[in-house]
Design a protein around this ligand. Structure first.
Ligand code: FAD
Length: 480
């Protein structure tokens, strides 16, 4: 056992969120230790956001070209999977985190490699290659340990050796037939990527629609896009048992009594927190639980306010950009508290992660792309708001969309607070809409009054002119 070392802040987990907490706390002049047991940069950099988008972009670039007459004719052969894998490998740095380790050193934080566990209040013990190291925190310990894939407990699972997000993003060959179970963001993106790379994909959807947290029409467009690409989309069905002998194919028994044979199966059936083995019991919490936090990301159930949880581990929104937002808020709050300064924790104050409740943006890089921020119409109504919903078909109404893709198919929705006249939510589905979303995020988080949105002039001929069409439809509905 080494001598205990004391820091102002100890961060457990160096994914994107832990890195941002460390950065913000260092910027506040605090000393920081950051503990990582695997790769610095976390799931996001090596087995989630980055490799998945590196795989998807070539698939979507080809789809885009095929929608433009004149360019389509130049797409004369099939995708080069080896080239795509090489591109993916470059974006994940060949799973080498030395660049990110240099970054941690560059901000002046101390990197401790090993598995960390809480050992009572303000103390973290790290099992390193050189033995246990005890880290004591003067001001805060911040849990940023993320999530891992949640797998259902089905007969034959172990022998089937199913893919999780890890195998789906690091694979180096294309299975001839792939089943994807689950139609949340991971399921639909991976179905898009692997169908595009040459697999015959079957997407097994337990419910009636895809992307169930978005407006229902978004999932309908994405389902149609997948089917057009050749994916066998089956709704209302899931797996009851799996069977695999040696290296042979996987046989699936499905809830509709049918059978399916594939070469690999990916389970994209949700995430579970990596909090089972981090010593939560030593501070009165339950191992394996999500960590419920206040808007400064302090864990509610722990006295004295020294324990924080940011990113996936607090279950507010399992998205890198939201975790990094929380990290900025928490890092600043820790800095202010350490300096004895007052905090601004009122809604939308600098020390309150208010957007978590009202303006979470998310994009799925399917074909067509899906993008949404804030509440769906149904969520807004359930929250007791009186809403006005405005829908516009983008292909009919927007010259920028038509020029972007011949036969453009897409749709947009605004959910307006009918009493206070600002946007509660916006959803887009269509080619190229991912980059539109930030305009909606600004309008929703800024609570820009509807009448003021008319002064936000979109360029002609961009897809952003959808904003004008939405405002016109809103005006017509108001006067009609
Ligand atoms: C396939 C896929 C694609 C995704 N794509 C996107 C996307 O495009 N955009 C987006 O916003 N989100 C995306 N997400 C979600 C995103 O990956 C997560 O929200 C994000 O990784 C959360 O960051 P984090 O830092 O909280 O956790 P993680 O990235 O999981 O990092 C946690 C880190 O903590 C370390 N750790 C855990 N326990 C310990 C311990 N006891 N001691 C030491 N270290 C520990 C882990 O090794 C890991 O490095 C995707 C997810 C998946 C599965």
């Amino acid at each position: 056992m080494h001598e205990p070392e004391t820091f102002d802040v100890v961060v457990l987990g160096a994914g994107p969120v832990g890195e941002n907490v460390a950065d913000r706390a260092r910027a506040a002049g605090l000393t920081v230790a950051i503990v990582e047991r695997e790769l610095i940069g976390g799931e996001c950099s090596y087995w989630a956001c980055v490799p998945s988008k590196a795989l998807l972009r070539p698939v979507l670039a080809l789809d885009d070209a095929r929608r433009v007459d004149g360019a389509r004719q130049a797409v004369s052969s099939s995708i080069d999977a080896a080239g795509v894998f090489g591109r993916r490998n470059r974006y994940v740095g060949d799973w080498d985190d030395s660049g990110q380790a240099d970054w941690v050193n560059g901000i002046g934080a101390t990197l401790v490699r090993g598995h960390g566990r809480l050992d009572g209040p303000r103390r973290v013990v790290v099992a390193t290659e050189a033995g246990d190291v005890t880290l004591t925190a003067r001001h805060a310990v911040v849990i940023c340990t993320g999530t891992r894939a949640a797998l259902p407990d089905l007969p034959g699972m172990a022998d089937a050796r199913p893919w999780t997000n890890r195998e789906a993003t690091e694979a180096t060959s294309v299975p001839r037939r792939l089943a994807v179970v689950g139609a949340g963001g991971v399921g639909v993106e991976m179905a898009t990527a692997w169908q595009g790379l040459g697999s015959a994909v079957t997407l097994l959807v337990r419910g009636s629609g895809l992307l169930p947290r978005m407006e229902p029409f978004v999932g309908e467009y994405v389902a149609r896009g997948l089917a057009d690409a050749g994916v066998d989309v089956r709704t209302g069905v899931s797996v009851t048992r799996l069977e695999r002998a040696g290296d042979g194919p996987v046989r699936l028994q499905l809830t509709d009594d049918s059978e399916l044979e594939v070469d690999e199966i990916l389970f994209a059936t949700g995430r579970t927190p990596v909090t089972g083995d981090i010593g939560l019991e030593t501070v009165g919490l339950t191992p394996g639980d999500w960590l419920e936090v206040d808007d400064t990301c302090r864990v509610r159930a722990v006295d004295d306010g020294w324990l924080y949880a940011c990113g996936d581990a607090n279950h507010r929104a399992l998205l890198t950009h939201v975790g990094k937002y929380q990290a900025r808020v928490a890092g600043d709050a820790i800095g202010a508290r350490a300096a004895g300064q007052p905090l601004d924790t009122a809604p939308w104050g600098v020390h309150a992660a208010t957007a978590d409740h009202h303006a979470v943006p998310q994009v799925f890089f399917t074909d067509p792309e899906a993008a949404a921020v804030g509440l769906t119409a149904e969520q807004a109504e359930r929250a007791g708001r009186r809403v006005q919903v405005v829908d516009v078909e983008m292909g009919d109404a927007v010259m920028g969309a038509k020029l972007h893709a011949d036969g453009y198919r897409g749709r947009a929705r605004m959910v307006v607070d009918a009493d206070e006249s600002f946007l509660l939510g916006v959803a887009f589905v269509g080619p190229g809409v991912a980059e539109l979303l930030h305009s909606a995020t600004i309008a929703v988080s800024g609570r820009v009054p509807m009448h003021r949105l008319w002064h936000a002039v979109p360029c002609f001929p961009t897809i952003s002119e959808i904003w004008l069409r939405l405002l016109e439809a809103y005006r017509d509905a108001e006067h009609g």
